[in-house]
Design a protein around this ligand. Structure first.
Ligand code: F0G
Length: 453
């Protein structure tokens, strides 16, 4: 196998990106109050804010879009979407939603009540918020290795099975309406869950008659990690692995904006007929009729094709190799990252990168803004600004949109990070000048610490 990573596609349509000068970026950053969410996207050269809804669609997806059937009820596009999803996920009911969090809201609204507990390896923030919104408690039970950025473990997204048993024993089976596994574990660094762990979690769930659900956003990447890291799966296709994985559960929530390769969309699956009826009733109230769920027929077409493309081995091999290339090249020069590189993103450990900046001065925001100043790269802080004083880590996530950037873009990102690494001692902390009462990271305004002091 040649060592050079190449994109397993050719480019048919291009979208220009725009250079800015450092002076312009300094002005733009001041105008955005040092919050990268407040920057116009046009002033960003490489946008690694998220891998959600930012992917490039294939010629097959665009062709399918032309076939979109926009009938209100019973459209052909829904049928194609359902068949494609069932082929992979295998669940009896597939309920489309406008994106992942809508599926979460519906699932937790019909299954959870005040006083319930929902275990997950690690809840993504919208998942946690939707659990808490219905009065239930969201508990993260990832293995100890998954909480330490430096330990190297092939499946850092695994759930601590003993802790799960202990929790169910303590609160009682009647207070655990479902168990969730997030594949891959986004909040924990894009780390995969092994098939062995899925089987163990499933066995515990079956023993206690608690349904197991997957937060399946990045199921294809998780399947590929199983293929290359878990014994006895190397000769299976990613699709066979995904099918086996989902066979151990009772349903899932899905954001098609990730491994659905679409720009919008999601769905909710279940094997439970009664639950499906309740979910569809709620869907009609807020999302739409069950054969479109807030999406256009053309969106359903894009997802039907995208789900299958996400499982193509050439694509997955390139995607995981390209993300690892970014992580390994900066780590080789001493840049502290969450190890090992994840599927969809690389996470810089800002506390280790900038030890001279105290956590109260938002080291990960300081690092993210510096990457923008140095090279026009947009990333996202996951730390003190997002979670407040309870944040255990200050990370900068560089999320890679699917099929969008080439290897030379990745080389450029490596170069800029190494440049910032050289200058790290001169980077200053930040302080807040405005914050909203909740979800402050989206709108907060900041300034460099020494401008006032
Ligand atoms: N679950 C996980 C693991 C996610 O990463 C996301 C979204 C969701 C659920 C919600 O899906 O956005 O379609 O409503 N993650 C994006 C991100 C926003 O940037 O990581 P959604």
């Amino acid at each position: 196998m040649p060592r050079t990573i190449i994109e397993p596609f050719r480019i048919k349509s291009i979208e220009p990106i725009r250079w800015t000068t450092r002076l312009q970026r300094e002005k733009l950053l001041r105008a955005a109050h040092y919050n990268l969410f407040l920057l116009p996207a046009d002033d960003v050269l490489i946008d690694l804010l998220t891998d959600s809804g930012t992917g490039a669609m294939s010629t097959h997806q665009w062709a399918a879009i032309m076939e979109g059937d926009e009938s209100y009820a019973g459209s052909k596009s829904f049928e194609r979407f359902r068949v494609s999803a069932q082929d992979i996920f295998g669940y009896r009911h597939v309920i489309p939603t406008h994106q992942g969090r809508a599926a979460e809201r519906i699932l937790f609204s019909v299954t959870c009540k005040k006083g319930d507990v929902v275990p997950n390896n690690t809840h993504f923030d919208t998942t946690r918020a939707n659990v808490e919104f219905v009065g239930a408690e969201a508990v993260d039970l990832v293995i100890a290795e998954g909480r330490d950025p430096r330990t190297n473990h092939p499946f850092k997204g695994n759930m601590d099975v003993r802790a799960l048993e202990e929790l169910i024993g303590r609160v009682g089976r009647d207070h655990v309406p479902l168990v969730m596994l997030t594949v891959t574990n986004n909040s924990g660094g894009g780390q995969p869950v092994s098939m062995e762990n899925i089987r163990h979690v499933s066995a515990v769930c079956r023993k206690h008659k608690v349904p197991l659900y997957f937060d399946a956003c990045r199921f294809a990447e998780n399947s590929y990690f199983i293929k290359v890291r878990e014994k006895s799966y190397e000769s299976k296709t990613p699709k066979q692995i995904a099918q086996e994985m989902f066979s151990y559960g009772d349903g899932c929530t899905m954001s098609a904006k990730k491994d659905g390769m679409a720009n919008i969309g999601g769905f909710l699956c279940t094997n439970d007929d009664l639950l499906a009826q309740q979910e569809k009733d709620l869907l009609i109230l807020t999302e739409g009729y069950p054969t479109y769920g807030g999406l256009a027929g053309r969106d359903l077409e894009a997802i039907a094709v995208g789900l299958q493309e996400a499982l193509e081995e050439d694509y997955l091999q390139y995607r995981i190799a390209s993300t690892a290339y970014l992580g390994n090249h900066i780590a080789e020069h001493g840049v502290p990252i969450v190890q090992p590189p994840g599927g969809h993103a690389i996470y810089l450990d800002a506390r280790a990168f900038l030890p001279h900046i105290p956590a109260e001065q938002f080291p990960a925001v300081a690092l993210a803004t510096e990457l923008y100043l140095e090279g026009g790269i947009r990333s996202v802080e996951i730390g003190r600004l997002m979670f407040g004083a309870s944040a255990k880590m200050d990370l900068v996530r560089l999320a890679i949109p699917r099929r969008v950037y080439t290897q030379s873009h990745i080389d450029y990102v490596v170069e800029i990070i190494l440049e910032v690494w050289k200058k790290r001692d001169a980077i200053r902390g930040l302080q807040i000048t405005y914050e909203a009462p909740f979800l402050r990271h989206f709108t907060a305004k900041l300034e460099p610490v020494s401008e006032r002091n």
